[in-house]
Design a protein around this ligand. Structure first.
Ligand code: NAP
Length: 461
């Protein structure tokens, strides 16, 4: 850094893993001085580490310790409870920073586009995950757990998380940071069977091996595979394994075969991984009561991908709750373009582009799920954010980031005016300490506040 050079001012919108890794990468450069303003619309930081990771996975939540460290580093200002698009516009952020990085995730549930999808009792996975994790936006949702069977569409890791939460003994969840309202509802649940619909075969299942392995350790829950014989003799699936779907597909296949060989427990609670099955319509008059499923066969397309083709073989499965765990898309922000299908913010290597001209918008970047879509684990965002930071620094080195017309004192004035209840790092620490104290009394890591007013009341702001 040349003496007297002015720091690069960067706004990072979103304090989840992608935003925190982007800040960390920027701070670790010794050739550029940076000043980082981090924003989050909730008074609590760290995005999916708090609101996405399942409560029975406390070890995964340890990533928050690293992000605490980043948030407290000199040069970082946390502005929590400030909603970009409501309290401050995209244009206002740009007027105060050389660069704005959107690390806003993908918060909208994808839809299937089938009849009955919007009946009561049919929900997106994001709603359910937000509910059991105490996200303020989802805390008042209700889920009918009075029936015996729930169906989850999709077989990624989110589907497995939900299946576990629905069937784990409530006393196991009672020592976690699961939201109190969810624990109370799950204690009253009658569910004994969760069916995961995978549209392709076992070799294409989206869940990862560690998550699959963990299913086999659940107390008194059987893991069952359908249609019968699918693991032994599904020639299309085996073909997929043999024609190169990697070590990972083979490993998952052998784990599934091992599970399939186990004796059933007497408890009767089951997770059914049902392959080659797609929902055609969700049935019910005033609320869901069944799903019509079609059996698929797989064909290899010109790109070497196995894709589904429906057969004429259908069945109707009674159930009282259906959850779509089929991925997410970004929530639009005024002034920030999305891609053609509306899944992500339009970008090339993290540089946000005008989709019609494909040209970068000066000073606007993205990282994480809003950049690449909902894929990967927490650590995946480290590499993803590095690429975005390299794009920012390249542009900076080429003098493509003009000096912002307004200074940070002006921004602080604007924030104080628009959102006096801004939560800084110390105010967040008071919320955090208060939640931990509440948990300590009952042997839990924390008892979350789920209302913004409760959080603000203990934050001292
Ligand atoms: P995902 O892994 O992409 O799985 C989505 C599932 O939905 C796939 O089974 C997909 O089938 C299916 N699907 C998509 N569109 C469909 C349609 N129209 N009809 C029927 N099925 C459809 O997504 P995710 O489970 O939401 O997870 C998102 C990311 O978070 C993943 O990278 C995941 O690994 C990660 N995550 C990790 C953990 C963990 O490490 N513990 C926990 C939760 C989430 P196809 O495969 O046929 O497309």
């Amino acid at each position: 850094m040349s003496p007297g050079a002015r720091p690069l001012r960067v706004a990072v919108v979103g304090t989840g893993p992608a935003g925190c890794y982007a800040a960390e990468h920027l701070l670790n450069r010794d050739d550029v001085a940076v000043e980082i303003n981090m924003f989050d619309r909730l008074p609590t930081p760290y995005g999916l580490v708090r609101a996405g990771v399942a409560p029975d996975h406390p070890q995964t939540k340890r990533a928050a310790r690293l992000f605490e460290w980043t948030a407290a580093r000199p040069g970082v200002q946390m502005n929590l409870n400030v909603d970009i698009g409501r309290h401050l516009s995209h244009e206002e952020l740009l007027a105060h920073h050389h660069a704005v990085v959107y690390a806003v995730g993908a918060t909208r549930d994808r839809t299937l586009g089938i009849a009955g999808e919007h009946l009561p009792g049919s929900h997106g996975a994001g709603d359910f995950v937000g509910w059991y994790n105490g996200h303020p936006d989802h805390r008042t949702r209700t889920f009918d757990l009075s029936g015996q069977r729930a169906v989850i569409v999709g077989n990624g890791n989110v589907a497995l998380d939900i299946a576990r939460i629905l069937l784990l003994p409530p006393d196991t969840l009672a020592v976690t940071d699961i939201a109190d309202h969810a624990l109370t509802a799950l204690r009253r649940s009658n569910l004994s069977e969760v069916v995961l619909l995978g549209r392709r075969g076992p070799a294409h299942a989206a869940f990862t091996s560690p998550e699959l392995l963990a299913l086999g350790d659940l107390p008194d829950i059987d893991v069952v595979f359908e249609p019968p014989g699918i693991l032994a003799d599904d020639s299309t699936s085996r073909g997929a394994i043999d024609t190169g779907r990697s070590y990972s597909a083979r490993l998952k296949h052998s784990i599934m075969r091992e599970f399939a060989g186990r004796a059933a427990t007497s408890n009767g609670r089951r997770i059914i991984l049902k392959f080659l099955s797609s929902p055609m319509e969700i049935l019910g008059d005033t609320r869901v009561d069944a799903v019509r499923i079609v059996r698929n066969h797989l064909v290899l397309n010109a790109d070497g991908q196995f894709v589904t083709r429906p057969t004429t073989d259908t069945e109707v499965l009674q159930m009282s709750l259906v959850l779509r765990a089929i991925g997410y898309r970004v929530a639009p922000i005024a002034g920030v373009p999305v891609d053609r299908l509306g899944g992500t913010i339009a970008n090339i290597d993290g540089r946000v582009i005008d989709p019609s001209s494909q040209r970068p918008l000066s000073g606007v970047y993205t990282t994480g799920w809003s950049k690449r879509g909902p894929s990967g684990v927490i650590g995946t965002n480290k590499k993803c954010s590095l690429e975005t930071v390299e794009s920012i620094l390249d542009d900076h080195a080429k003098n493509l980031l003009p000096e912002p017309p307004r200074d940070l004192a002006d921004l602080d004035r604007l924030i104080a005016q628009r959102q006096p209840a801004v939560v800084d790092i110390n105010a967040w620490r008071r919320i955090d300490a208060s939640e931990r104290r509440r948990g300590h009394a009952t042997g839990r890591p924390r008892v979350k506040f789920t209302r913004v007013e409760q959080m603000l009341a203990v934050s001292g702001t």
